[in-house]
Design a protein around this ligand. Sequence first.
Ligand code: BMA
Length: 341
Amino acid sequence: MKYKILNTPAVPNMPWQDKPAEDKSGLPLWRYSENPIVGRNPSKGVARIFNSAVAPYGDAFIGVFRGEQTNGIPYIYLGRSRDAIHWEFDEEKIPFKDEDGNDFMPGYAYDPRLVKVEDTWYVIWCQDFYGASIGVAKTQDFKTFTRIENPFIPFNRNAVLFPRKVNGRYLMLSRPSDSGHTPFGDIFLSESPDMTYWGKHRHVLGKSDNWWENVKVGGGAAPIETSEGWLLFYHGVTGTCNGYVYSIGGAILDIDQPSVVKYRCKTFLLTPQEWYEERGFVPNVTFPCATIHDAQTGRIAVYYGCADTYVGLAFTTVDEVVDYIKENSSVSAADTEIGRR
Ligand code: BMA
């Protein structure tokens, strides 16, 4: 391998399919041939599951899933899998508690991410906090989920935690928003000594002139630590006369100073083109929320929501995607500066 995935355990049982010989896209990501991996009406009272995050857990896999209930309210459900492809979902919503052990359920909860830092798992999502903002809970055992303070005031979405502290601080990406469908948005970085107090906010990357990300961008999967920097899969959005189109983009951030973008790919890594990406509750959405990756082989599986209706899976390798991002990189002054004004 040319590049290394760092500080991540080997996951020899991760899902994998080789790139099809007939793939002429020239892109570094290829789709799982059996997509979507989660279809409509996946469990009782849930019409659609999408924009969800998974991780290796013991010798199997676990995940937090955005379930759109039949009453239209999104919530987060736990799911388990032996192969990270076929999932079984809990019928009950994740039972969030406050720090005193009392029930503390948000009014709605969506687009969860799942990240382990040291020996604690964190679930991060978007919820109502007098307006859309970020909720966070921690768990050690996936039985008790304790909500901790909301990190940011509204409006904010797409929070993504880094998988380790950097310079002794927790790091979180987020995307300040409005109360609606947000026709703007850049990715910012904030740091915390304790997961409670967040500050030292820095700009990371904004929209660009590239057509597929010329309206807004938002964090996607938790960054993967590589020998070239933090590999970030994010979403980029363009507007059409028929609404937004969400594609998957890629960037590499400086390891010690992740508000500095080292490389940023001009082209999308994946854009809606399959029926399950183009057709659904919200057409033309590919929305990455997690990866499973194996340090030993360099294999990466990207989990992404499709058309606000399904879960899709795409593959790449650290060598292929990092080379592609570097070869097609274009960074602006706003990308490469430290992001403080
Ligand atoms: C965003 C979020 C995502 C959703 C996307 C497309 O604002 O709400 O959950 O996938 O819109 O509808």
